[in-house]
Write a protein that binds this ligand. Structure first.
Ligand SMILES: Nc1ncnc2c1ncn2[C@@H]1O[C@H](COP(=O)(O)OP(=O)(O)OP(=O)(O)O)[C@@H](O)[C@H]1O
Ligand SMILES: [Mg+2]
Length: 259
């Protein structure tokens, strides 16, 4: 049974087709990296997979359960770090993460204990009793991540977990994700930090203009993109999204007044 399945998943916004009949399968225990240029449809896909944005058509399943038909059953199994972190600004991080734990059905005692451990791990303990409204961007992200994993979800979706996070916390987050995976969790995350994706992922999918343009292990992608064995993920990425030719698109253009 795959952990995550998108079947002909589609979302349009007016005339814009943000996600275009996407078929995608992630098996249990995989660390799946979801890449693509800005506006490719990554966040839209993730939102449909986790039940935050209704698909125009197609299906999203978690461990075989359709998240739009049986949302409660499916949502119990997942943890989500969404694109726009929706936090309760007037709570402290400690209150917020405990609250989320309790909402997932943990006892108050377990929720409190897990919260303290998670906040310590994220190096947030000194600020844990400050209101979230006064937090920096990185502190918010770490709070949201703690809330996303407090119930030990089987499948974890993270939309750009490393963006805006310092190197120390980045390492802490990587370690947590690897620990979760070692316990059998499946991880699905989007990122623009190719070096991290290269290091962590067992499989990578590349989306451009709402379609999956490449998928596989790093080695498979190298073959697909016809780079040599030393080809970095950046080389592969630029080739598969069609930006390798520098005369094309943004990268090769120059500003007239800088010429
Ligand atoms: N609520 C919305 N209303 C209208 N258009 C939207 C909406 N959300 C997304 N889009 C459009 O859908 C497309 C895909 O957006 P999406 O946010 O999924 O991209 P992304 O791959 O996550 O990009 P980024 O790397 O910049 O986060 C874009 O063209 C975007 O303008
Ligand atoms: Mg996005």
């Amino acid at each position: 049974m795959p952990a995550v399945e998108a079947i002909q998943l589609t979302r349009t916004f007016g005339p814009k087709v943000a996600v275009d009949h996407l078929d995608l399968t992630v098996n249990e225990g995989e660390f799946y990296g979801f890449l693509g240029p800005n506006g490719a449809g990554k966040s839209t896909t993730i939102k449909m997979l986790v039940g935050l944005l209704r698909p125009t058509s197609g299906q999203a399943r978690i461990a075989g359960i359709d998240i739009w038909q049986e949302p409660l059953r499916a949502k119990q199994m997942i943890g989500v770090l969404p694109e726009g972190l929706a936090l309760y600004e007037r709570l402290t991080a400690r209150e917020f993460v405990r609250f989320v734990g309790a909402m997932y059905g943990l006892s108050m005692r377990d929720a409190a204990q897990r919260t303290d451990e998670l906040l310590a791990l994220m190096d947030l303990d000194a600020d844990a009793d400050k209101l979230i409204v006064d937090y920096s961007q990185g502190m918010r992200k770490k709070t949201a991540l703690a809330a996303a994993i407090i119930h030990t979800p089987r499948v974890i979706f993270l939309d750009e977990p490393f963006e805006g996070v310092d190197a120390i916390s980045g390492r802490a987050i990587r370690n947590v994700l690897q620990q979760l995976r070692a316990r059998g969790a499946t991880i699905f995350f989007s990122s623009h930090i190719l070096e991290v994706v290269e290091r962590l992922c067992t499989r990578i999918g590349v989306i451009a203009q709402g379609r999956l343009v490449a998928q596989g292990t790093l080695a498979e992608l190298r073959t697909l993109a016809q780079t040599d064995e030393h080809g970095t993920l950046e080389d592969i990425f630029l080739r598969t999204v069609g930006a390798a030719d520098e005369s094309q698109e943004g990268a090769g253009r120059s500003l007239s007044w800088l010429a």
